[in-house]
Design a protein around this ligand. Structure first.
Ligand SMILES: *Cc1c(COP(=O)(O)O)cnc(C)c1O
Length: 379
C-alpha cells in the first residue's frame, strides 16, 4: 500500500461519502464524441473544475485519450490546467479580464475575445510585447451573452488593423438551443455564423457544444467543444449515444432504525410512515450538493438511492449533513450501519437526480461537495 493509498483510505474512513471518478469512462466518452465529430477536432470543456470532477485529473485523462485542445472559463482555471499539460492549447471562454493579458501570456493561455474592447486590449499587449500571440474571437449568433455582433465584425475588419497585431487562431460561437435539435434557433445561428466567418480571416471555426455534436455534421465545423457529454450527462432531448457515467457517489449509512406507522421523519415532519418502516440515515446533505429540494413528503417522494440493486426513496427533508431513506423493502443486511448506498452511478443517473431536483445534470455535477473522499479510478 502506497502512502497515497493510505491517505485515500483514511479519507474514506472519515468522510460521509465517497465520490469515485471513473477516468476510464471519461476517456471512453471522449473517444465516442471524437468519433461522432467526424473530421472535426474534438476539444474538451473542463471549466468549473471539469464540471465538478476535478480539472487536473480530467485534463490528464483526456490528454491520454488524445485530446490536445481544452476550454476553461477563467484564467485561474487555465493556469491550473497548464501545470499538468505543458503543451496543450488552453482557451479561456470568459475572455480577457482587464489587465490580465500578462497572466495569459505567462501561462500560455488563449483568450476567447468576446468584445472589441477585449480585442483592443489583447492587440495592444501584443504590440507592446512585439509578439503576435494567439487569440480566439467569439462572435454572437443569438445567445446574446458574449461575442461580437455583425457591426462589431464590420468595425474590426473594415475599420481597424487590430487583426494584424495578434494571431487569430479560432473563431467560435455558442448555440442557445443545442439540446433541442428541432428548435429554429439552431439553423438561424448556423446561418449567422456562416455570414460572420465569411467576413473574417480563414481560420478554424467552432460552433458546437455537446448538444451541437449530436446535431450532426452541419454543426461540427473544424472543432467541437463538448463538456457535459464527456461527464456522462444528457446533452440533447433526442436519444443520445451511449455515454458512460463518470461519477459514482456512495453515501455511508450511519444507522438504520425501525419506526412504527404514524412516526414522522426529519425537520418539519413532512414525511410520515404509513407502515412499520426501516429508515437508513445516510451521511450526505445539502452542504454536499445533495439539494434540499430532493426531500420526500408523505405525498410525494422525489429522489431515490440504490441499495443492493434496489431503489429506495429519500423520505423527509434533506438536512445539511444527512438524508433519511426508506429501506423497508431492502434486505436488512444490505442496509446496515457502515454500508454504502448509491446516490449517483450506474443505477441513479445524474439526469435522473437532476430531474428530481427540477434542474439539469450540469448543476448536479458542478454542485458536488468538497467533503467527499475523492477516488480516481482507471487512471
Ligand atoms: C460550457 C460551454 C461549452 C460546453 O457545453 P456543454 O453543453 O457542456 O457541452 C461549450 N462552449 C461554450 C462557449 C461553453 O460556455
Amino acid at each position: 500500500m502506497t502512502a497515497s493509498d493510505e491517505s485515500v483510505r483514511r479519507e474514506e474512513a472519515t468522510s460521509g461519502a465517497v465520490l469515485t471518478v471513473d477516468l476510464a469512462a471519461l476517456r471512453d466518452n471522449y473517444r465516442t464524441l471524437d468519433r461522432l465529430s467526424g473530421n472535426a477536432t474534438c476539444a474538451a470543456v473542463i471549466k468549473a473544475d471539469a464540471y465538478g470532477i476535478g480539472a487536473t485529473a480530467a485534463a490528464r485523462a483526456l490528454a491520454a485519450a488524445g485530446c490536445g485542445t481544452f476550454f476553461v472559463a477563467l484564467p485561474s482555471e487555465g493556469a491550473q490546467v497548464r501545470q499538468v499539460l505543458p503543451e496543450a492549447a488552453i482557451h479561456v471562454l470568459n475572455g480577457l479580464f482587464p489587465g490580465a493579458a500578462p497572466e495569459f501570456e505567462r501561462n500560455g493561455l488563449i483568450p476567447v475575445l468576446g468584445s472589441l474592447a477585449e480585442i483592443e486590449e489583447w492587440a495592444a499587449h501584443c504590440r507592446t510585447r512585439e509578439k503576435r500571440l494567439p487569440a480566439a474571437i467569439h462572435v454572437d449568433t443569438g445567445i446574446t451573452r458574449l461575442g461580437l455582433g455583425p457591426e462589431d465584425v464590420d468595425r474590426l475588419v473594415d475599420g481597424s488593423t487590430l487583426l494584424g497585431d495578434f494571431e487569430l487562431s479560432l473563431v467560435m460561437s455558442h448555440l442557445a438551443c443545442a439540446d433541442s435539435p428541432d428548435h429554429p434557433m439552431n439553423a438561424r445561428q448556423r446561418k449567422r455564423f456562416d455570414d460572420m466567418i465569411a467576413r473574417l480571416p480563414k481560420v478554424p471555426a467552432s460552433l458546437a457544444n455537446s448538444g451541437g455534436v449530436f446535431n450532426g455534421p452541419d454543426y461540427h465545423y473544424d472543432l467541437v467543444r463538448p463538456g457535459i457529454a464527456l461527464y456522462g450527462g444528457r446533452a440533447t432531448v433526442r436519444p443520445q449515444s451511449a455515454l458512460k457515467p463518470v461519477v459514482h457517489l456512495g453515501g455511508r449509512i450511519m444507522q438504520t432504525r425501525t419506526i412504527d406507522a404514524g412516526t414522522s421523519v426529519g425537520y418539519g415532519a413532512t414525511w410520515t410512515a404509513q407502515r412499520r418502516s426501516r429508515i437508513a440515515v445516510v451521511s450526505v446533505g445539502y452542504a454536499d450538493g445533495y439539494f434540499r429540494l430532493l426531500g420526500g413528503t408523505t405525498d410525494r417522494c422525489r429522489a431515490f438511492v440504490c441499495v443492493d440493486g434496489r431503489r429506495a426513496p429519500v423520505v423527509g427533508r434533506v438536512s445539511m449533513d444527512m438524508i433519511t431513506v426508506d429501506v423497508t423493502d431492502v434486505p436488512p443486511e444490505a442496509a446496515e450501519r457502515g454500508a454504502y448506498v448509491e446516490l449517483l452511478g450506474e443505477n441513479i443517473g445524474v439526469d435522473e437526480l437532476a430531474e428530481a431536483a427540477d434542474t439539469i445534470g450540469y448543476e448536479i455535477l458542478t454542485s458536488l461537495g468538497s467533503r467527499y473522499a475523492r477516488v480516481y479510478s482507471g487512471a
